[in-house]
Write a protein of this length. Structure first.
Length: 203
């Protein structure tokens, strides 16, 4: 059995690590989930919950945001996410583009992480707009492509293509988990890592 001769600096690593990344979750609310036309809604929820579980397991800072709850025009973040992150403050906005909300931007900057693992509904709107703005502001954006969805397949694809052309780095949620775990010898997270990944793969 071999192992790395040296441990890579987790803050300077070009790959995602628990020490250099934050998770941003935007607008996973009942109306948005119900309107998704690009994948099975149960799978979508399962995948974004996996992202939340991964963030919790590795201690990543999380920025969680909703839209129009305080105005009474929309319902809160789905319970499947808040059940995983019960103590997480939810930043409610009226802006369609989360990056145009001062509190949201301040929360992202407060993580002191430049790599943003981002999920949002819809792909073509709530993901694209803040992703473009975040990259313009100097952040790296990693959209989790199997935990987002759009109002049509064409809209979803166009949204992803637009941010990838601007420099976003797409990942899947399983890729995300493996990139953060990196080594089975990291015993403090290995068991739950396996539980998250293999429970889903085995379905």
């Amino acid at each position: 059995m071999t192992s790395p001769k040296t441990i890579r600096d987790p803050k300077a690593d070009h790959l995602l690590t628990p020490q250099n990344a934050a998770v941003v979750i935007i607008d996973y609310q009942p109306v948005q989930v119900a309107s998704i036309a690009t994948m099975n809604k149960r799978s979508l929820v399962s995948n974004v919950v996996a992202v939340a579980r991964i963030a919790k397991l590795y201690g990543l800072p999380v920025v969680l945001s909703s839209v129009n709850v305080e105005t009474g025009l929309n319902k809160p973040t789905i319970h499947q996410i808040t059940d995983v992150l019960p103590d997480q403050t939810i930043i409610d906005r009226t802006s369609i583009n989360a990056w145009e909300d001062e509190e949201f931007v301040a929360a992202v900057k407060a993580t002191q992480r430049k790599k943003l693992i981002m999920v949002a509904l819809w792909t073509e709107v709530c993901l694209v707009f803040p992703a473009l703005d975040a990259m313009h502001a100097g952040f790296e954006v990693y959209p989790v492509v199997d935990a987002v969805g759009g109002t049509s397949l064409e809209a979803h694809r166009a949204g992803l293509e637009r941010i990838v052309q601007a420099g976003a780095k797409p990942v899947s949620w399983i890729q995300l988990a493996c990139e953060l775990q990196r080594d089975w010898l990291r015993k403090e997270t290995a068991a739950e890592f396996a539980q998250i990944v293999f429970a889903e793969v085995g379905d």
